[in-house]
Each structure stands twice: as structure tokens, then as C-alpha cells.
Design a protein around this ligand. Structure first.
Ligand code: KIV
Ligand code: ZN
Length: 518
């Protein structure tokens, strides 16, 4: 069985797409998920882009132990220096340099001749070699490049020290046949090709990213670049979960596998969706809500007789344990803890206690607590990025008055350091009114809303509302989440958490400025 390396670029190509930006804590959380998944390479970011990107690549490099950590760099000295500074603390650092090779990119974007591009690639791969031996070279827009030119630049990159050659389908234009041919042809006709691993990096503009990546493997690629949930520019990148499960399910066809622990897929997918404040489309392969549901009578009948009639992989294989036992207000701490453990959450005693407290509160409002509810509770209580800062404002109570013919009003009472503060405000709807009242009490720094997202955790009108709020201030994102059967309460709690983090950041900056003056 051949091994295919999984190069995950959720934190670079995924994160750079609109609506998917993450702050440092969120990126670290994702990096931990990727390490548990056992991806081979984490592309942690593009270090030169901003101080924030640099900091996150550096922090991830210093914290991740079981994966190679890479930073992207254009073929220029400044980018490569920054990439090295950011990844040098990693157990196995990689610098990923790229330059465009298609006629349209060379002429209009780079304004360089093919010879100049060739020379730049040679010089910059050689320059990278002074820092590290793990070098990836990407020929951006390879699938629209002249194949003879691709062969030349690949040979030059390998000669200069590149150990991985990536031929990306940057604009999602190619087809499986073309991709297989491209990889095979370049691999077979380039001097020194046996010294490098060939890689595919596909975008999904025509919905063929997974098929194209697998075709690349057939052509000889042994690295697939992909993202959790297929996040990425425009229509996204290849979905990690799709290529991993396709290779595993169809080993007969591909004779190749990855080292991924597939039982972590469900959790990684949930974590990434939670962080970006989205949910999977219900019919999304592998991670959508319906991916393992059998609704039609004829299907149910078949599955009851033998699961394999309609199931090509098991839910358990991706870490999803389907269970019809529903917990409720008579369930004890032990039952809740056991079920959470079965769902893959190994909680500390304190975490279990706080989950159980919330479980009891929710039981008073909702009769049956499903696995989805439990997972929502667990992620709210175990993920650092969502939990409260210790000293901030907490909700005491709120009261809204709203109708379809008057302006909404909300009174909010908050507690901080045992002191209560109240205010009342009008708004365009009850949530806007509640947020205006909170602003009047907390007087936060000016901020904008990157994301305000409400989604329901399960079916039924008593479902839990899961609210994610991301506010942006000082060029940073502050995230809060709230969970309640009452969506206004969930919205208020999510906003309070985000604003408490913003206030903690402001205080830290003020303290540092004070210390510098003193
Ligand atoms: O899509 C692309 O070509 C890329 C490269 C930078 C690898 O993301
Ligand atoms: Zn890309």
C-alpha cells in the first residue's frame, strides 16, 4: 500500500477566504485538531502577510509536535526570510515557495518573461536551501501552464533543492484525465524527479477537486493538499475528509492510504465549522447531517437487513456514534459523562461539572437532549476560545418588548465584580436592542461585526439556538458563543463573551503602554 501525505492548508488557503478568518486562539485550536487527525503537514499560514499571520505560524510551529509545519512564501527574499523566522521553531519546518507559471499569470500578474520566472525560481529555491532542507515548490496555475515549461521549472526547482513539487489547479479548471496525465508526464520526463514527492492542490470551481486530486494520485502524486470541510478560495479547496475516506474506502482502486486517524474527522469538521460560525450543508459528503441518514423506507429496510446495502462506510469510522438513547432531566452526571466520552470528549472533572450544570439548565427548557445538544454543550464548555474570561460582565437578566408594529426595546442587567448595572435601549429588533443596551453599559471600543450567526442544533421548535458572534476591533477578531433554547439569551451571552475578550485585550494594551511609560 502506497502512502499519500496529507498536506492540510485549512489555516492558509482556507483561512484566507472570505468569512473564514480566525484569530490566534482559533488557529491554535484548529492546529491541535489537525495534529490529532495526524495530517502530515500543516500549512500554518503565509508569514509575510501580516504580523498576526507571522505570530500564528510561529506559535503553531512551536506547539505542534507530530506534524511538519509549513509557511507559504512567494519567490522573494523577504517572504522566505519571514517564513523561516516563523517556522524555524518547528520539529520539522518546511518552507513552501511558489511562483506562477501560466502565460496569463506571468504576463499580467508577474509581468515577467518565462526565462525570468525560471531564473527567479532557481535563485529562490537555492536561497531557501540555506535555511532548511524541507522545501516545497509550487508552480501556481500549473494546469493552465505550458507542460514543457512546467517540466523545465520542475527540473530547476529539484536541482536547486526542492523536495516536494506541487502542481496546483489554482482556478479549478482541470479535469481528472488531464490531472493524471499532467502528473505522470512531468514525473516521468523530468531529470531528478525521483528525488521529489509530487503533490496536487486542487480548487473546486467546477466541483472536481476531489476527483482531480485522486486522479493526481493515480498519476503518481503522493501528497494531496486539502482543507477541513473544503474551505478555501471561491468554491474551496479539496475536502480533506473526502479524499481521505475515498482512499480508505476504495483501497482496491487506489492501492494507497494516508496516516489519518479518520475517527477524528467528525470532531475536526465540527470544530472548524464552529469557529467560522457556519454549519455543514446537510448533504455534504462525510460530514453533512444526512451523510449517514437513511430516510427512505426501502433504504431503511435494506440497512436493517444488512448495513452494507446502503452504507459504504460506517459513521463510526469518522468518529460519529449514532445513538438513539436520549438523555433528559432524570439522567445523572455519570450518564452524561459516559455519553460524552463515547462521543470522543474526554473531559476533566471540572469540565464535566460545568457541562452537567448547563445540561440541567437546558433540561428544564427542553425535554430530550440529543447527541447534537450534548456536543454543543461540550464545545461551549471545553474550548478555550469560547469560554468566558474570568473577570468580565455576566448576564443577570434581560427583558425585551417587541412586536411587528413598534420599535423593539430591551432592558439588560449585567453583573461585574458583584455590582449590577442596568440600561435600556431601542433597536431594530430585540437582538439589536439588547446589544445597544449592552453597549450602553460596557462602552466597548469601536468595533464591527464580522459574523453574527444563529443556527439550530437539532430538530423541533424547542431546539437549542447556537449563536456565534465575531467582532472586529484593532484589526483583531474576538469571538463569543452562546447556547440556549432562547435565541435572544444565546445572542446576549455570545456578544458578552466577545466584548469581554475585547475589553481584556484593551486592558492588556493599556497596561503595556503604562509599563512602557514608567
Ligand atoms: O491555489 C494555488 O495555486 C495556491 C498556491 C499558492 C499553492 O494556493
Ligand atoms: Zn490554493
Amino acid at each position: 500500500m502506497d502512502q499519500v501525505k496529507i498536506f492540510d492548508t485549512t489555516l492558509r488557503d482556507g483561512e484566507q477566504s472570505p468569512g473564514c478568518s480566525m484569530n490566534l486562539e482559533e488557529k491554535i485550536e484548529v492546529a491541535h485538531c489537525l495534529e490529532k487527525l495526524k495530517v502530515d503537514i500543516i500549512e500554518a499560514g503565509f508569514a509575510i502577510v501580516s504580523p498576526g499571520d507571522f505570530e500564528s505560524v510561529k506559535t503553531i510551529s512551536e506547539n505542534v509536535k507530530d506534524c511538519t509545519v509549513a509557511s507559504l512564501a512567494r519567490c522573494n527574499i523577504k517572504d522566505i526570510d519571514a517564513a523561516w523566522e516563523a517556522v524555524k521553531g518547528a520539529v520539522d519546518p518546511r518552507i513552501h515557495v511558489f511562483i506562477a507559471t501560466s502565460p496569463i499569470h506571468m504576463q499580467y500578474k508577474l509581468k515577467m518573461s518565462p526565462d525570468e520566472v525560471l531564473e527567479q525560481a532557481r535563485a529562490m529555491v537555492a536561497y531557501t536551501r540555506k535555511y532548511c532542507s524541507n522545501i516545497e515548490f509550487s508552480a501556481e496555475d500549473a494546469t493552465r501552464s505550458d507542460i514543457e515549461f512546467l517540466k523545465k521549472i520542475t527540473a530547476v526547482a529539484i536541482e536547486s533543492g526542492a523536495t516536494t513539487i506541487n502542481l496546483p489547479d489554482t482556478v479549478g479548471y482541470t479535469t481528472p484525465d488531464e490531472m493524471e496525465y499532467l502528473i505522470r508526464n512531468v514525473k516521468e520526463n523530468v531529470r531528478g524527479a525521483e528525488k521529489a514527492i509530487f503533490s496536487v492542490h486542487c480548487h473546486n470551481d467546477l466541483g472536481m477537486a476531489t476527483a482531480n486530486s485522486l486522479a493526481g494520485v493515480r498519476g503518481g502524486a503522493r501528497q494531496i493538499e486539502c482543507t477541513v470541510n473544503g474551505l478555501g478560495e471561491r468554491a474551496g479547496n479539496t475536502s480533506m475528509e473526502e479524499v481521505v475516506m475515498a482512499l480508505r474506502t476504495r483501497q482496491d482502486e487506489y492501492q494507497a492510504d494516508t496516516r489519518i486517524d479518520a475517527t477524528q474527522i467528525h470532531r475536526a469538521s465540527k470544530t472548524v465549522y464552529n469557529i467560522i460560525g457556519q454549519t455543514a450543508p446537510i448533504n455534504k459528503p462525510i460530514v453533512g447531517k444526512n451523510a449517514f441518514a437513511h430516510e427512505a423506507g426501502i433504504h431503511q429496510h435494506g440497512v436493517l437487513a444488512n448495513k452494507k446495502t446502503y452504507e459504504i462506510m460506517t459513521p463510526e469510522s469518522i468518529g460519529l456514534r449514532i445513538n438513539n438513547i436520549v438523555l433528559g432531566k432524570h439522567s445523572g452526571r455519570h450518564a452524561v459523562g459516559k455519553r460524552l466520552e463515547e462521543l470522543g470528549y474526554n473531559l476533566t472533572k471540572e469540565e464535566l461539572n460545568s457541562c452537567f450544570e448547563e445540561f440541567k439548565v437546558i433540561c428544564d427548557k427542553k425535554k430530550n437532549i440529543t447527541d447534537a445538544d450534548l456536543e454543543a454543550i461540550a464545545t461551549h464548555h471545553t474550548t478555550d476560545i469560547y469560554t468566558d474570561t474570568d473577570d468580565g460582565y455576566k448576564l443577570d437578566w434581560f427583558q425585551v418588548s417587541t412586536s411587528n408594529f413598534t420599535t423593539a426595546t430591551c432592558t439588560v442587567s449585567l453583573i461585574k465584580d458583584d455590582e449590577k448595572s442596568q440600561d435600556v435601549a431601542l433597536g431594530d429588533g430585540p437582538i439589536d436592542a439588547a446589544y445597544n443596551a449592552i453597549d450602553a453599559i460596557m462602552k466597548p471600543s469601536p468595533h464591527t461585526f464580522d459574523i453574527f450567526n444563529i443556527h439550530s442544533i437539532s430538530e423541533g421548535k424547542d431546539t437549542l439556538g447556537d449563536v456565534t458572534v465575531k467582532v472586529n476591533a484593532h484589526g483583531r477578531t474576538f469571538t463569543g458563543r452562546g447556547l440556549s433554547t432562547d435565541i435572544i439569551e444565546a445572542s446576549v451571552n455570545a456578544y458578552l463573551k466577545a466584548l469581554n475578550k475585547l475589553a481584556a485585550y484593551d486592558n492588556k494594551v493599556a497596561d503595556q503602554a503604562g509599563a512602557a511609560e514608567a
